[in-house]
Design a binder for this molecule. Sequence first.
Ligand code: UDP
Ligand code: MG
Length: 343
Amino acid sequence: MVQIMEPFKAISPTLDLSVVIPVYNEADNLAALHAELTAVLSQLGCSYEIIAVDDGSTDDGFQLLCRLQADDPHLRIIRFRRNFGQTAAFAAGFDHARGQLVVTIDADGQNDPADIPRLLEVMEGGEYDIVSGWRKNRKEPFLTRKLPSMIANRLIASTSDVHLHDRGCSLKVYRYDLVRQMHLYGELHRFIPEVASMIGARVAEVPVNDRPRRAGQSKYGALSRTPRVILDLLTVSFLLSYSGRPMQLFGRIGLTLGGLGGGIGLYLAGAKIAHGIMEGIDGFRAYRIGTSPWLMLAVLLTVLGVQFIVLGLLGEIIIRTYYEAQGKPIYAVREIREPEEER
Ligand code: UDP
Ligand code: MG
């Protein structure tokens, strides 16, 4: 029997701030990031915790985190059983966070911890539920990184009322109650503001510093990332506009195709009857529709139409099951290491 661990959920925040770091093979970056973060957070004068989520690293990142933890009572470590991906790492951090505000930041040093106080300031205004970093001076190649994200931004702008310049920046601040209500899955971490906007979150954007990765390599290949983002974009657009009513989308396509097919079929039948009767009287030469490409099209479109409608209905059922089944964690935890003082 495989036992699936239910994530521990704090009922209400007991700290001011939680910082969530997804870590996948970042051993060479951890110490520097931890030092930078600690310098910034200790200046803030509030209670905080750092939650490092080790997403199945195969380097000695976990041992390194344990060593850092020995000197830092703020550091908590969640270790996954295997690599579940950045979205799952965020989800685990959110599930275990105890801070009133939750900050997410990449482990590779691309995000600058020095920006955190500015994000918090905007958050303290009370007007927003998410404050997102915007890498205004993004130092990444135009063709493989910047261009795809510009196109994605343009596409998603038409279905969402969240208007962001930058969706790939991990440095963000969330309100505790919001992270508790969000359900992340797949690779939707790039679209958290959109997912959050479905439950009515208000999102602000603040320019932040962008730095090159300190050591190691990006975990996403430039080529493999683009189709993934496009598919996620489709999912998110669909969720945003039709999640509660898939039949409206599939049914509409079905009706159009089915109607077109039926129309052509009717026309062919009419032509067959009219010509067949007229020509049949003096020579029994029926009007031949059997080889007409139009017949093929009529049949194809009708079948497609029916299929889309059936898909839509299936979608209705699946979406209901999906909502019912929520609350199931998308990751499995091997161990959680709390700092010495709490053990
Ligand atoms: N990451 C993770 N699990 C993964 C892939 C990435 O936790 O499966 C973490 C990674 O360690 C880093 C952050 O997610 O802290 C962003 O990854 P990366 O820097 O490779 O992405 P990029 O900056 O190239 O978009
Ligand atoms: Mg990075």
